[in-house]
Design a protein around this ligand. Structure first.
Ligand SMILES: NC(=O)c1ccc[n+]([C@@H]2O[C@H](COP(=O)([O-])OP(=O)(O)OC[C@H]3O[C@@H](n4cnc5c(N)ncnc54)[C@H](O)[C@@H]3O)[C@@H](O)[C@H]2O)c1
Ligand SMILES: O=C(O)C(=O)C[C@]1(C(=O)O)C=C[C@@H](O)C=C1
Length: 313
């Protein structure tokens, strides 16, 4: 038993997929909770979470799970947040912090805020860390290490609650930034949502070709295409909800993307080597800047190498 008091007496994790289970591992390792209570929609997933020993208590009913919890984290598809908030709202303890891990923020604020009782600190959040895997077996302790967690506090947020949630993500290994929800959604539209949409599309296109067979696509897939297939293997429910929830920003970025793609297409058709070379030089510099900024650029191969899936365990 650690001799210091945990940061939270009771943490309720609602949703125990990749993000929820990674949080459970990180909370355990850092001793951040006296008790971890887990609730999720399907009884099979809840049973699996219990088998994996991810929590101390397992509650099919989210309303019971959040009772007396000091921190409640929703790690569920963004489209489900409103209904779950409605269910748990009346059972949240005064003074509790309610947060989430959703990939979009304006929709979560819109759907969750109306159900948050006075005296509960609702601070939306988003760890910019993940893989294409999902479910309770996919989580690992180091997922958040060295990665950004973005918090999007609402006007009037209690500074002490924000400080505590910041300390929580820091203890999980993250660097923390705060941002306005709408700005978060535009930034993530270009750095995360569009890359996934492009990946889904290119893999779908390859699958639809008449002149190249599916077996040739699989047999000769070079590493560039394989990188796209990793993203395109991400959870369909999660990404359906992201596309629906962040429609405006995604359509704005897709519009820009399509214009730029048309210009690139024209350069290729007209044999404009200088234009191609200039663009490719500019984009190469972006990757170099990411590396210089100390951001991890290559996704670890966790899914295919389970032996490195749970580092430090
Ligand atoms: N996967 C990533 O790379 C990643 C990264 C950062 C944030 N996120 C966000 O975190 C959240 C969780 O993503 P994940 O990757 O852990 O997903 P996941 O599919 O691995 O897990 C989702 C969990 O939510 C539960 N769930 C689904 N619908 C529910 C409902 N209606 N009510 C209650 N529980 C429900 C499932 O049973 C499961 O336990 C999503 O909002 C996602 O946008 C994902
Ligand atoms: O690396 C991946 O596989 C991810 O999809 C992680 C990723 C991302 O786009 O970077 C996906 C969605 C998130 O909300 C945050 C992180």
């Amino acid at each position: 038993m650690p001799d210091t008091k945990p940061m939270f007496e009771r943490v309720a994790l609602i949703g125990i997929g990749l993000i929820g289970s990674s949080l459970a591992h990180a909370i355990r390792r850092q001793g951040l909770a006296g008790e971890i209570v887990i609730s999720t929609r399907s009884s099979e997933t809840l049973k699996r979470a219990e088998e994996l020993g991810l929590g101390d208590r397992f509650e099919p009913d989210p309303a019971r799970a959040v009772e007396d919890a000091d921190l409640v984290v929703l790690s569920i598809p963004v489209g489900a947040c409103g209904a779950v908030a409605e269910r748990i709202g009346p059972h949240l303890k005064t003074g509790a912090i309610l947060t989430d891990a959703g990939s979009t923020k304006a929709s979560v604020v819109r759907d969750v805020a109306p159900h948050v009782p006075e005296g509960v600190h609702f601070i939306p959040g988003h760890p910019i860390a993940g893989t294409e895997q999902s479910g309770p077996d996919a989580g690992f302790t180091s997922l958040f290490e060295g990665r950004w967690a973005i918090l999007t506090p609402l006007p009037g947020t209690d500074p002490a609650a924000l400080e505590k949630l910041t300390a929580f993500w820091t203890a999980c290994g993250s660097k923390v930034d705060t941002m306005d929800p709408a700005h978060h959604d535009r930034v993530l539209a270009i750095v995360s949502h569009l890359p996934h949409i492009i990946a889904y599309n290119i893999v779908g296109t390859a699958d639809d070709l008449e002149t190249v067979s599916k077996s040739e696509v699989i047999k000769y897939s070079a590493s560039g295409f394989r990188d796209f297939t990793r993203l395109a293997a991400s959870d369909p429910t999660m990404w359906r909800d992201v596309c629906l929830a962040n429609r405006e920003a995604i359509l704005e970025m897709l519009g820009r993307f399509s214009e730029d793609l048309a210009a690139l297409q024209r350069s290729i058709r007209w044999g404009d080597g200088d234009a191609l070379f200039d663009l490719f030089t500019r984009t190469r510099a972006i990757r170099r800047s990411i590396i210089e900024a100390g951001q991890e650029v290559d996704a670890p191969d966790f899914g295919r190498h389970p032996e490195i899936a749970k580092p430090g365990e």
